[in-house]
Write a protein of this length. Structure first.
Length: 133
């Protein structure tokens, strides 16, 4: 798979939480969102955004951020941690470039909040390459 979700440490804690009933939908949402990032589907990502996120950014800015992150999104995306409450959750992403060159993985994240019973993208951070002199 292009990205991985740790079954052990991540989802086992959900089973003990209030989100137990939503475990499968959250797991799918995390995987689907990581795939949208990898595939650079700005329009689809923007469609999942909360009204606050839509007010603070545009689909074009999201598209540009995804393009800038291309060196990282072409590699592997690993879901390395999740935090959650009954009304929101966030996931930490590690991006491992294909041309490793002894580079450390880059980090990004996304967060969702529940609005009218639906999970809406609230925050998305992506890595960007360090400008070369």
């Amino acid at each position: 798979a292009a990205f991985a979700l740790s079954e052990r440490g991540v989802m086992l804690d959900v089973e003990k939480s209030d989100l137990k009933n939503e475990q499968d939908s959250i797991k799918s949402l995390i995987k689907d969102t990581a795939q949208l990032i990898k595939d650079q589907k700005a329009k689809d990502l923007y469609a999942t955004a909360s009204s606050e996120l839509k007010a603070s950014t545009t689909e074009e800015k999201l598209f540009n951020a995804l393009k800038t992150a291309t060196p990282y999104t072409e590699g592997n995306i690993i879901i390395s941690g999740i935090s959650y409450t009954p009304n929101d959750f966030s996931a930490v992403l590690r991006f491992i470039k294909l041309d490793k060159n002894d580079q450390q993985p880059a980090v990004g994240s996304f967060a969702f909040k529940k609005v009218d019973g639906q999970w809406k993208l609230e925050l998305l951070t992506l890595p960007s390459p360090t400008p070369q002199d």
